[in-house]
Design a protein around this ligand. Structure first.
Ligand code: ADP
Ligand code: MG
Length: 240
């Protein structure tokens, strides 16, 4: 589903991704972890073409990102993204947050979009909140709306960048529960997260990054019980 080959990226002279190679199969759940500044966000932004890169290649379900003919709107429709900071449209109700992209981007009729929106709000446990504005919801609720909005595009892949890092502790579980359910339904997912308990439960594989490099790419259980690199071991010691 996602094939990243020898990807390198610079911000000016600063190398932020160094020769990264990573493959994610359909239905696979991959967790990316690593210290702050290691390039995790940059890597997943590259997958969604939110950041350009200088060397290497990314192929998302047959779409080559370096190919100028690749339609970025269609790519971003197929790759859902959820950020740390929710990024809902603040001036729209929850329902409109889900309706407007479906009607504008997928050209769905209102009735069809409404059906989909209601089904998704139910799925994330917010069916009674459609009339509210984002600011009237808790952080956990806003993040669940953001997930529902991404799912409304029928993406083939979901990317998450620290989706629970901005949440109060009591709201982390409700967002992780929605993500775990998605994973169980077979969604292809790539999540940057420091919730390693969650990672251990739902990830098929864990990627450990440091200094712009993929240091480790291992089955989740192997990563947590027997990380190979000293840097990963050190990271786990600090975080657990
Ligand atoms: P992580 O998500 O692992 O914390 P990032 O991908 O955000 O790491 O950042 C990787 C490196 O790139 C860091 O050194 C960061 O300072 C740098 N960086 C990130 N975004 C920019 C930017 N827009 N311009 C310049 N440098 C950036
Ligand atoms: Mg980041």
């Amino acid at each position: 589903m996602i094939a990243i080959n020898n990807l390198s990226k610079y911000y000016g002279q600063l190398p932020v991704l160094k020769n990264c190679t990573l493959n994610i199969k359909k239905g696979e759940v991959v967790v990316i972890c690593g210290p702050s500044g290691s390039g995790k966000s940059t890597l997943i932004k590259c997958i969604n073409a939110l950041e350009p890169f200088q060397r290497g290649e990314i192929n998302v379900d047959g779409m080559m990102l370096s190919d100028k003919k690749t339609n970025l709107t269609s790519l971003r429709q197929q790759v859902g993204m959820v950020f740390q900071s929710f990024e809902l449209f603040p001036h729209m109700t929850v329902l409109d947050n889900l309706l407007v992209p479906q009607m504008r981007i997928l050209k769905r009729q209102r009735a069809e979009a409404l059906n989909k929106a209601q089904e998704l709000l139910q799925r994330v446990g917010l069916e009674r909140h459609g009339h509210k504005y984002p600011a009237q919801l808790s952080g956990g609720q806003q993040q669940r709306v953001a997930i529902a909005r991404a799912l409304a595009m029928n993406p083939k892949v979901m990317l998450f960048d620290e989706p629970t890092s901005a949440l109060d502790p009591e709201m982390v579980a409700e967002v992780l529960a929605v993500m775990a359910e998605l994973a169980a339904e077979g969604m292809t997912m790539c999540c940057v997260t420091h919730e390693l308990g969650f990672a251990r439960k739902i990830a098929d594989r864990v990627i450990f990054m440091d200094g712009g490099e993929i240091i480790e790419d291992a089955e989740a259980e192997t990563f947590f019980t027997a990380p190979v690199s000293p840097r990963a071991r050190n990271f786990l010691d600090q975080i657990i």
